[in-house]
Design a protein around this ligand. Structure first.
Ligand code: ATP
Ligand code: MG
Length: 291
């Protein structure tokens, strides 16, 4: 019994799915945010019977061509489209028109982790540990596929409707097999080997996890300074101190101290982070913690 003769609708749907996406396939809703090279909108796809809600990221070609970033964008999309993990925003597809490139992304209903952090100042240990565990799992998955994210920071972490952490923004990610020499990322999250511009590898994401864990618990990044050169100096010295308030457990400080280590080969591995007693004791195994 051929299903094709049984279900003409399905045949039509399959044919539709093979067609490349175009702007007419979407109903555009409210703006969700503004990126460096364009905007992100809430959108509903009209092609499938499900009418999925997605986030449509619009990037202006003029902008990316001005900075000769077209190849980087293509690489970002090729890497991203192959990543399928519950803690990574899915890229479902992309399509160009003469002026723009559109990325069809999974919609993160809960917005940015950064916004939550600014709203409440700092997170509970339970919430911080849950996010760090989710992130470690997402990064372990990326590293297995030879992908380094390189731009881990609260602005690039989104939350879904239940509060599950989702890594977004693969603008600086890179697929690699050997150590790289590129200066990239946001200052506060730079690892010493990137400040010195010497070869770096996966361990830069582990350093960023240490910075993030600190910022989650204290509300400010560890090497903050009035000036860029001040931040650089503090990173190079690994000038790390733990304020007395808010009160943070010794176990959490222990994890942070084992990640913010200058010698990248001595930083705690992702596997060891997931096995760390602070993570085991505090993280919620569902990946959801809103307290
Ligand atoms: P880039 O580094 O490529 O220029 P960007 O950081 O400037 O990117 P994005 O982070 O991709 O831009 O998007 C800007 C903002 O739009 C985000 O900070 C977030 O608030 C919102 N946003 C982006 N993607 C999504 C999504 N999938 N779901 C919900 N909101 C999103
Ligand atoms: Mg971003």
């Amino acid at each position: 019994m051929g299903s094709q003769t049984q279900n003409p609708n399905r045949e039509k749907e399959e044919e539709q799915n093979l067609k490349p996406w175009c702007l007419q396939d979407f109903e555009i809703g409210k703006p969700l945010g503004k990126g460096k090279f364009g905007r992100v909108y809430l959108a509903r796809e009209l092609k499938s019977q499900y009418k999925y809600i997605v986030a449509l990221k619009v990037i202006y070609r003029e902008q990316i061509e001005k900075y000769s970033l077209y190849h980087q964008l293509k690489r970002e999309m090729e890497i991203h489209i192959n990543l399928h993990h519950p803690n990574i925003i899915r890229l479902f597809g992309w399509f160009p028109d003469p002026e723009r490139v559109f990325l069809i992304l999974e919609y993160a209903h809960g917005g940015e982790v950064y916004e939550q952090l600014r709203k409440i100042g700092h997170f509970t240990e339970k919430r911080a540990a849950t996010y760090i565990a989710s992130l470690s799992q997402a990064l372990a998955y990326c590293h297995e596929k030879d992908v380094i994210h390189r731009d881990i920071k609260p602005e690039n972490l989104l939350l879904d409707h239940e509060g599950r952490l989702k890594v977004s923004d693969f603008g600086w990610s890179v697929q690699m097999r050997s150590k790289r020499h590129t200066l990239c990322g946001t200052l506060d999250y730079l690892a010493p080997e990137m400040v010195e511009n010497i070869a770096h590898d996966y361990a830069i994401d582990n350093w960023a996890l240490g910075v993030l864990c600190y910022e989650f618990l204290y509300g400010v990044p560890p090497f903050e300074s009035e000036s860029q050169s001040g931040t650089f100096r503090r990173i190079m010295k690994v000038d790390l101190s733990f304020p007395s308030t808010p009160q943070v457990s010794t176990e959490a400080k222990n994890l942070i101290s084992q990640l913010l280590v200058k010698d990248s080969s001595k930083r705690l591995s992702l596997q060891k982070i997931m096995e760390h007693s602070w993570i085991i004791r505090n993280s919620d195994p569902t990946g959801i913690c809103n307290e």
